[in-house]
Ligand binder design. Structure first.
Ligand SMILES: [Zn+2]
Length: 217
């Protein structure tokens, strides 16, 4: 699954987009090109960021880099456009894919908290959820509503053009729930941060006490 090719077709499934018919297989987020194209088609502002070099650490040069090979360049690289994604990725092989938090806000919480909230939210509407190194999860909500989900000191909200998330297949990043309906490029509708915040508050409350430490690590 780590090869760049789609396992069934051997091709990027999105290349079959012609004559008005978009043939879809599952979007292969292990393939930087297929993944980048899918993000760009959602209208997201995506740039190529730092990358992790084998045995040489993050290209930012910080030996204690807190986001190994998965954070934006300073200044950020050019925004990827659909026609030149392959070229851009060939110029920066292994580069992370960074999305600015413009068409969504990212609500970052400890992973176990996110999974408990996702169980509740699945009954309402699937919420795109990105997991980083199995430790933190980013729930995507409507833009400029993330602040309503900041219900606990362990919640970090990223919003606006200066905020960012590293997207799969960036180092350590994977989708728990991708931002599109499976096998399509139809985006999931985003919830208001308030709806997510209400459930977050309850889950944090339940996690306090008996198992706070375990749940928040
Ligand atoms: Zn770095």
């Amino acid at each position: 699954m780590l090869s760049g090719l789609h396992p069934q077709t051997g091709n990027d499934p999105c290349l079959s987009d012609h004559m008005g018919v978009r043939l879809m297989g599952p979007i292969n987020t292990y393939s930087p090109t297929a993944a980048a194209r899918a993000y760009v088609q959602l209208g997201w502002s995506v740039t190529v960021g730092h990358r992790l070099r084998p045995r040489a650490g993050c290209t930012c040069g910080n030996t204690n880099c807190p986001a190994l090979g998965a954070h934006p360049l300073v200044p950020p690289g050019p925004r990827l456009v659909e026609d030149s994604i392959e070229e851009a990725l060939q110029e920066a092989p292994g580069g992370s894919l960074i999305a600015a938090t413009i068409p969504f806000d990212a609500v970052l919480v400890p992973y176990p908290i996110a999974m408990a909230v996702m169980l509740r939210l699945d009954r309402i509407s699937p919420v795109p959820c990105l997991v980083t190194h199995g430790a933190t999860a980013a729930l995507l909500v409507l833009p400029v509503t993330g602040r309503y989900a900041a219900v606990h000191p362990n919640v970090e909200v990223r919003t606006g053009p200066d905020g960012w998330i590293a997207l799969p297949p960036s180092n350590g990043a994977r989708w728990d729930t991708p931002p599109w309906v499976e096998s399509t490029h139809i985006p999931h509708e985003l919830l208001n941060g308030q709806d997510v915040g209400r459930h977050l508050r309850e889950v944090f409350k339940m996690s306090t006490g008996a198992n706070t430490k375990g749940a928040l690590q």
